[in-house]
Design a protein around this ligand. Sequence first.
Ligand SMILES: Cc1cc2nc3c(=O)[nH]c(=O)nc-3n(C[C@H](O)[C@H](O)[C@H](O)COP(=O)(O)OP(=O)(O)OC[C@H]3O[C@@H](n4cnc5c(N)ncnc54)[C@H](O)[C@@H]3O)c2cc1C
Length: 116
Amino acid sequence: MSIVIVGAGQAGGWVAQTLRDSGFKGAITLIGDEPHAPYERPPLSKGLLNGREAAPTYVIDENTLHEQDINFVRSTNVASIDRGARSVTCQDGSTYFYNKLVLTTGGRPRPLPFSM
Ligand SMILES: Cc1cc2nc3c(=O)[nH]c(=O)nc-3n(C[C@H](O)[C@H](O)[C@H](O)COP(=O)(O)OP(=O)(O)OC[C@H]3O[C@@H](n4cnc5c(N)ncnc54)[C@H](O)[C@@H]3O)c2cc1C
């Protein structure tokens, strides 16, 4: 069983972590277009406010990703999904196959179609 997660933000990081915490032993590939491991945006920890914690606060840091055998593919934009072939293809041409696909690409504000 192979799971591909597209979008390495808060949701993507928690999906990967929760799968391992729940005992999932299959392959997990987490693909994100940012260079960083999943981090809280903004850092939501109270520890940041009282100075006990430094920003950024990671949802799942690099060491944990490695220890938990999560294949973290950074700085990579997923350009297309082929549902028939059960694969995603990235802008750099790399392709990843999945049994289950999780889309955690967040949201973007939609600019109003006029200026004031
Ligand atoms: C200024 C600001 C303040 C906020 N304050 C709070 C707060 O106080 N409390 C709170 O609970 N929430 C707050 N939020 C909201 C919080 O940041 C979001 O709810 C949260 O980040 C959503 O997580 P997500 O994983 O769904 O999406 P995101 O965090 O947006 O993660 C999606 C990830 O997917 C990546 N991605 C998108 N498309 C692709 C693609 N095709 N291929 C590869 N990667 C892709 C994106 O680059 C991003 O890294 C705030 C947000 C902002 C902007």
